[in-house]
Design a protein around this ligand. Structure first.
Ligand code: FES
Ligand code: FES
Length: 154
């Protein structure tokens, strides 16, 4: 039997009828049209599905949609304001940290969460925050540099 899910996605209050076994990733992509979060492994191993729930990064492939009842979800689409990319997105572009782009939404969301709670992360802290975001293309260094370029010395 379907259940009603009420949540906020990218500042928009939404409700949707879903089957209880549906994951947050499935509901975002297939029911609500937010296709930014990607399904890589579907098993919690790659980070491509990372979104923010109440500001914290979560793997949406491992999260039941009903677990976010009443919560606030941010996907990569939600980072764009007034048609302008978020500084994290811009830094990834400027530093060549995107190749095929499949991992990018997840990596950007992990970086965003890190910078929200730590405005001046060290290289080690950046590596740790992004350790769950696998990338087959970039070799990671450009991603680390992109995030590091946003660190603001206190
Ligand atoms: S698709 Fe969620 S961790 Fe890989
Ligand atoms: S840019 Fe291709 S997987 Fe990361």
């Amino acid at each position: 039997m379907k259940r009603r899910l009420e949540l906020t996605v990218n500042d928009e209050c939404l409700d949707v009828e879903i089957e209880p076994h549906r994951t947050l990733l499935e509901v975002l992509r297939e029911e609500l049209g937010f296709t930014g979060a990607k399904e890589g492994c579907g098993l919690g191993a790659c980070g491509a599905c990372t979104v923010l729930v109440d500001g914290a990064p979560v793997l949406s492939c491992l999260t039941l949609a009903l677990e976010v009842q009443g919560k606030t979800v941010t996907t990569v689409e939600g980072l764009v304001k007034n048609g302008q990319p978020d500084p994290v997105q811009k830094a990834f572009v400027d530093h060549g940290a995107i190749q095929c782009g499949f991992c990018t939404p997840g990596s950007v969301m992990s970086a965003k969460a890190l910078l929200e709670k730590n405005s001046n992360p060290s290289g080690q802290e950046i590596r740790e925050a992004l350790a769950g975001n696998l990338c087959r293309c970039t070799g990671y260094q450009k991603i680390i540099e992109a995030v590091g370029s946003l660190a603001k010395p206190r």
